[in-house]
Design a protein around this ligand. Structure first.
Ligand code: HEM
Length: 418
């Protein structure tokens, strides 16, 4: 474990291929991000780090780690920070040869984001509602009183996948490959690289095939028709490279994250029976459900970090940040900052919503509203079925994206559900 250099800093070397800066920075942190106890509950580790090093600290590798809510928020919103020419990798998470708009700065960021933004309006989300209701109804109504249901595999994954596959027009059969792609995207996770590579090829082939078959449309029903329509921000259809990069981003940013919001939140609720009772003793209002979902996002966010680099010599909260300095923003720690939240380690579904789970500023999550809607619908249906713990919850062994892979609950479903 390396010592942290406070206040100093040194010239950064560019990250080598397959070695994004966050991986190097992770090696400098005072905890092992691959260790099972950290992965089961990273929050006490963040608090120990905050107690020892404060809200921000400089690592031996030259980068700066930010734990404070206000400091993270300032970095996310400031134009002094961005992604620059190369701060992580020049490929998508799947090794496709393009950077998605998550990892680029304006003006290209705004152009690519602007092209798919119409797929995330209230109207577009409304058009997905019947599909979400159907999936939830089909899944939860299949359970009889006393049955054990896995919130992840029986509810959250089918729901989130139905939304993603509808946005990207990828078939149901592709889900297994998507799981592999998302698993293989993590260089620290072992896996059969040839199968991961095959899943990458299948994904890019599936997107190319769908693009070739999609006629331009003035009333886009999914993201694919937004790629092929020449009515985007630049008056041209997307290039194949842009379409692949954005599709890869939607898959990686939108599937397991939504699963995490639903399942991590349900798990937190089951761990806090007083809060579960608040939502089940009398029928919760839509406002109660919305607040609970925001608290889920704060309490155990599905994305634990953000990455940025200083685009100019600048500062945050009085700490000088020279141009080129990479920043590791610990969103999970910021969401539990004791300077901002009362009793931050406690789940409180009546809290006034406030958090950085969806980021902030230019790169604020494009799918935030879609994720919220899915989680509100899933939570409403699950609460009606009076869930009770029925076994151990199991997290996927990853840090950057944090989501459960199993959460057994016993249900007492009402036949009128959904
Ligand atoms: C609970 C679920 C979700 C969480 C916690 C989450 C979290 C985040 C965060 C933290 C960022 C900002 C990253 C950064 O600034 O570096 C982000 C960006 C993004 N998210 Fe989400 N996300 C969720 C769901 C979704 C969904 C459902 C979609 C789409 C279907 C989506 C699409 C995106 C996209 C496209 C971006 C990039 C925005 C940009 O760079 O302008 N997300 N998300």
């Amino acid at each position: 474990m390396n010592a942290v250099v406070q206040g100093g800093g040194r010239t950064l070397q560019p990250a080598g291929a397959g070695e994004p800066w966050c991986d190097r920075a992770a090696d400098d942190l005072p905890f092992d991000v691959t260790c099972p106890s950290f992965l089961a509950d990273p929050y006490p580790h963040y608090e120990r780090m905050r107690e020892q090093w404060g809200q921000m600290c400089r690592l031996p590798s030259g980068g700066v780690v930010v734990l404070g809510y206000r400091e993270c928020s300032a970095a996310l919103r400031s134009r002094d920070f961005g992604h620059g020419a190369r701060t992580t990798s020049d490929t998508t998470a799947y090794g496709l040869p393009a950077r998605s708009f998550l990892l680029v700065d304006p003006p290209v960021h705004d152009q690519h984001r602007g092209r798919v933004a119409p797929g995330f309006t209230a109207e577009a989300i409304g058009a997905l509602m019947p599909l979400m209701t159907e999936v939830l109804h089909e899944r939860v109504s299949a359970f009889r009183p006393g049955d054990v249901c896995d919130v992840v595999t029986d509810v959250a994954e089918p729901l989130a996948w139905s939304v993603i596959s509808s946005l990207l027009r990828v078939p149901e059969e592709f889900r297994q490959d998507a799981e592999r792609l998302l698993g293989g995207a993590n260089p620290r996770q072992s896996g059969d690289e040839s199968l991961n590579a095959l899943a990458r090829v299948k994904f890019s082939r599936a997107v190319r095939k769908t693009l070739a078959a999609a006629p331009p449309s003035r009333c886009p029903t999914d993201l694919i028709s937004l790629f092929t329509s020449p009515w985007g921000p630049d008056g041209l259809p997307a290039t194949q490279q842009e379409a692949l990069a954005t599709s890869g981003l939607i898959l990686s940013a939108g599937y397991k994250t939504s699963v995490g919001l639903i399942a991590n939140g349900m798990r937190a609720l089951l761990d806090h029976p007083d809060q579960l009772r608040l939502l089940t003793e009398s029928e919760p209002t839509p406002e109660d459900i919305s607040k609970a979902v925001e608290e889920f996002a704060r309490f155990d966010p599905a994305i634990q970090i953000g990455l940025r680099a200083a685009l100019t010599d600048t500062e945050i909260a009085g700490m000088a940040i020279p141009k080129g300095t990479p920043l590791l923003l610990l969103l999970g720690a910021a969401n539990r900052d004791p300077h901002v939240f009362d009793h931050p380690q406690r789940l409180d579904v009546t809290r006034t919503p406030r958090h950085l789970a969806f980021g902030a500023g230019k790169h604020f999550c494009l799918g935030a509203q879609l994720a919220r809607v899915q989680a509100r619908k899933a939570l409403t249906v699950l609460l009606q079925a009076r869930p009770q713990p029925a076994g151990a919850a199991e997290y996927d062994p990853r840090w950057v994206t944090r989501h459960l892979r199993s959460l057994p609950v016993r249900l007492s479903p009402n036949p009128e559900i959904a």
